[in-house]
Design a protein around this ligand. Structure first.
Ligand code: SF4
Ligand code: SF4
Length: 404
């Protein structure tokens, strides 16, 4: 959850200038799909590979994962990597971990390799929720009340569904079924704590990610149970089942950035996305544009800032660094092997690219909303210069986060 949480009034103010696309076509979403396109298997995801592929599975990767179970006490004397920081980071992951570990004996990792499954049976009778547009308004209202910071809705698109799931037990694959009647995807955004992100890289900044996942799990489960109580199918999904980024873009929550993440007008890059797949007839949102693509063409803050040099500063391309990149989409692509290698080295996730991106700022402040307008105008070079001359994006010392 965001430290400077946007209320509904400010949310609509930051979003007001975003241009809504005429349709949800690939062109409007900014997707350039080539004939070489192939659906992605979760087995090729960099995290799955770190558990089965010798190119990534090594002592450092094993230690990286183990730190999420037992806080490191003596790895580094550096602030941000003390037992205190690891203890806090791991506690923020705890709720997400409880669901992930609940059915491990059955080769499930809920929320990461498999959909969240702690759900009751729903109603036998379906409630008529009115027109798709009315139903969308009702669902967004409910999701926001349950704690979602952003909600968008788009059509189900099989291209983004994993061809299969990764089996942690065998290192192979298992089926990835979705009900055939699935017609819509509700995408929720959970803002991450910007003050924690400001300390990246550190174990402490990893707490922003952990809180994002734990809050995501709670909201997704509640929202899915609500839809089931109305008599509809609902599959709550975090990292499992499908790619998050194309759905967030199609649902109108943000634009794609050079660092391979979605940038939203409300929280910049500092946001995590979850989804609920459903057959409730819903009205769909359309992709938005607010100048991110144009800004990324003149900005290189993430490429320069990335400690592992995983973010190239070039034009969008179909080039793949390795099998962890999807085939057949012309886009900005990062080298996930380098990125994960750095995470293993520092025993925590990184988030430097989130911290240094000029869009990561507190939009409850009028001056930051003014910057967003400038960034989406012909004066965007000035917006970038103003950002570069400010101290924004610099690393904040961990001591400034913990009370003395
Ligand atoms: S998370 Fe860190 S290592 Fe990975 S791409 Fe971003 S800046 Fe680079
Ligand atoms: S840091 Fe700059 S180039 Fe990278 S995603 Fe953000 S705006 Fe785009």
């Amino acid at each position: 959850m965001h430290t400077g949480r946007l209320d509904a009034r400010l949310r609509s103010r930051t979003r007001r200038r975003a241009r809504v696309a005429a349709s949800s076509s690939d062109h409007d979403a900014g997707f350039d799909i080539t004939p070489e396109f192939e659906r992605f298997s979760q087995r090729d995801d960099v995290f799955s590979r770190s558990r089965r592929d010798d190119a990534l599975r090594d002592e450092a990767a094993d230690r990286f994962y183990s730190t999420y179970r037992r806080p490191l006490a003596d790895w580094r004397a550096a602030k941000g990597y003390r037992q205190l920081d690891y203890a806090f980071r791991n506690a923020t992951w705890h709720v997400a971990d409880v669901f992930a570990e609940m059915y491990e004996d059955d080769d499930r990792r809920d929320g990461f390799l498999d959909p969240l499954s702690m759900l009751r049976e729903g109603a036998d009778e379906r409630l008529d929720c009115g027109s798709p547009s009315d139903a969308s308004t009702m669902v967004k209202h409910a999701a926001t009340a349950m704690g979602a910071d952003l909600v968008g809705i788009t059509a189900y698109d099989e291209r983004w569904t994993y061809t299969n799931r990764f089996s942690a037990a065998t290192g192979g694959v298992k089926p990835n079924p979705l009900p055939p009647e699935t017609s819509s995807v509700i995408v929720i955004g959970q803002a991450m704590d910007e003050r924690l992100i400001d300390t990246a890289p550190s174990a402490l900044s990893g707490a922003a990610t952990g809180m994002g996942y734990s809050q995501d799990a709670v909201v997704l489960l509640a929202l899915a149970q609500f839809l089931r109580n109305l008599g509809y199918t609902a599959i709550p999904s975090m990292n499992d089942t499908a790619l998050a980024i194309p759905y967030a873009i199609q649902a109108g929550l943000g634009e794609y950035g050079k660092h391979g993440l979605v940038i939203t007008p409300e929280f910049g890059t500092s946001v995590r996305f979850g989804r609920v797949f459903t057959d409730l007839p819903l009205g769909h949102d359309r992709p938005i544009r607010f100048g991110v693509e144009e800004m990324c063409q003149i900005c290189d803050a993430c490429s320069r800032g990335c400690p592992s040099k995983a973010i190239p500063n070039g034009a969008p391309t179909t080039e793949r660094f390795n099998e962890s990149n999807i085939a057949g989409i012309r886009k900005w692509t990062i080298d996930g092997e380098k990125c994960f290698g750095y995470w293993s080295k520092i025993n925590s996730d990184c988030s430097v690219c989130v911290r240094v991106c000029p869009y990561t700022r507190d939009y409850t402040l009028r001056r930051n909303r003014a910057w967003l307008r400038l960034a989406d105008s012909r004066l965007r070079k000035l917006a970038l210069r103003l950002h570069e001359r400010s101290s924004r994006g610099g690393r904040v010392q961990v001591d400034e986060w913990w009370p003395t």
